[in-house]
Ligand binder design. Structure first.
Ligand code: HEC
Length: 259
């Protein structure tokens, strides 16, 4: 017995030293274009799923059939989520194909767990994946609106999706007049735009596609943005050091040069 314990402890110690050593000597490739080993992937997926399940357990789900909730969710989803999670008629974006782990195409697959799980993920985000913690800028009721909308999303075709976005109040959340006010400022005034971006980079980034598409209720704005971006929009983007830096990092090589 004593011998078995000693052997197990030695194996454990050697194993831990090997893991630590390989990390220290830079053997772990953190590049997002290099997938995890299957065992690492399985471990991380298990840790993520269990973490979320345990935390979402006691969340009370409101009535998600409320049409007002669904409608409000459409505008917010279109403004904040399609860059990564796509929409009917939007097959891919620079972000959707470049992130690892890849964001699910929620317009096709829907959410993989129940509504409480989706709510928890949207509110708190998922560490080191690119999925932002939207609860930092959105109150619960707006997040529930998105959850309610996600339930309908996979059944919508491009026209139905666009009609729903157009009929919603556009991008509105913040759960308070002053937040909403600040938020709107992002679209009109350069000064507050800069401030908000610095405060919440993740959000600012999602906003960018939507800013330049300008129409809150136009689902295709992101595609247009990406199409026209390299030529026509680059010069004005790169005026401020802040956005220009954002661009180089988020969008990759196509945007590193200002012509
Ligand atoms: C910058 C990219 C990005 C944006 C913007 C983004 N997400 Fe995500 N999201 C991700 C990634 C990446 C994952 C996958 C994380 C993983 O696999 O562990 C994810 C996962 C999710 C999941 C879990 C997927 C599943 O299969 O159930 C939901 C739900 C979700 N996001 C909803 C949203 C909503 C709603 C918004 C907008 C308010 C949003 N996301 C905006 C990147 C993003």
């Amino acid at each position: 017995m004593k011998r078995t314990i000693t052997t197990l402890l030695s194996i454990g110690a050697v194993g831990s030293a090997a893991v630590l050593g390989s990390a220290y000597f830079g053997l772990v490739n953190v590049g997002a274009d290099d997938p995890h080993f299957p065992a690492v992937h399985a471990f991380l997926a298990m840790a993520r799923d269990r973490s979320i399940e345990v935390r979402a357990r006691n969340i009370k789900v409101p009535n998600l059939k409320d049409p007002a909730l669904v409608k409000a969710g459409a505008g917010n989803y279109n403004a904040m989520c399609i860059g990564c999670h796509l929409a009917p008629g939007l097959q891919k974006t620079e972000l959707s194909q470049a992130l690892y782990p890849a964001p699910a195409n929620l317009s096709k697959s829907g959410v993989s767990g129940g509504p409480a799980t989706a709510f928890w993920i949207i509110k708190h985000g998922i560490k080191a994946t690119g999925m932002p913690a939207w609860g930092k800028s959105m109150e619960d009721q707006y997040i529930w609106g998105i959850v309610a909308f996600l339930d309908k999303l996979p059944q919508l075709n491009a026209e139905e999706y666009q009609a729903m976005v157009a009929s919603s109040g556009g991008h509105q959340h913040g759960g308070g007049e002053s937040d909403m006010h600040d938020h709107e400022g992002q679209h009109g005034s350069a000064k507050s735009e800069q401030g908000t971006r610095e405060a919440t980079t993740g959000h600012g980034m999602a906003e960018e596609g939507h800013d330049r598409g300008s129409a809150h209720s136009e689902p295709v704005s992101l595609t247009e943005h990406h199409g026209g971006h390299q030529a026509a929009e680059a010069p004005s983007d790169h005026r401020t050091g802040h956005s220009s830096k954002n661009h180089v990092h988020e969008d990759g090589k196509a945007h590193t040069q200002v012509k």
